[in-house]
Design a protein around this ligand. Sequence first.
Ligand code: ATP
Ligand code: MG
Length: 207
Amino acid sequence: MGNEGNKKRKLGIMGGTFDPIHYGHLVAAEGARHHFGLDSVVFVPAARPPHKGNSSISHPSDRLNMTVLATGSNSNFEVSDIEIMRMGPSYTIDTVNQFRRSRPDATVHFITGADAVLEILTWHRVQELLEICHFIAATRPGYRLENLSGILRDLPSQCIDKISVMEVPALAISSTDIRERVGKGMPIKYLLPEEVESYIYSNELYI
Ligand code: ATP
Ligand code: MG
């Protein structure tokens, strides 16, 4: 078999709470897909992220539905319910391993915003995680990338090589802000796809 036959596909994974999904997530995922030549990006809504404690998070089925609505117009985007089906909090390493088992022909590229990558890189099993996947950290307004260089300094060089920082158009949009806006009756139009906006209102989320 020639080299072409062995060429691995590149799979992007975009994890998040997606409560709700917004243009910041979509711009980061599409930017990573283009910049790193990913074949597809799978959005994986989290069951209940360990770092978000017990604060109330919308029902997984609502977050999954909104993610499906938001990604429908991009043929390179997919949505996976593996974390939601697993029940209880998931670790990134378990999710990455599950994708590696189900798609052995692909290398995994985990896409996060600059804030989330900082949390993951301070995790105790980070070296193990970096052995099995690449990290793409998208810039995000309000988060200082300088903090990242401090953490990278302590990692072995083969780990650092697995982390890329990517500049995306700065969108100061967060799910927290969108939830607060809905609660206050302020507009959320143009911050997220219209299908998601309609879903929020028809299902009376965040009020
Ligand atoms: P919340 O305010 O509830 O924390 P969020 O807007 O931060 O929501 P998450 O679901 O927590 O959204 O984020 C999922 C992933 O998307 C994280 O890696 C996060 O860093 C990234 N992300 C979120 N918003 C942006 C944005 N505006 N630009 C770049 N990356 C983003
Ligand atoms: Mg967040």
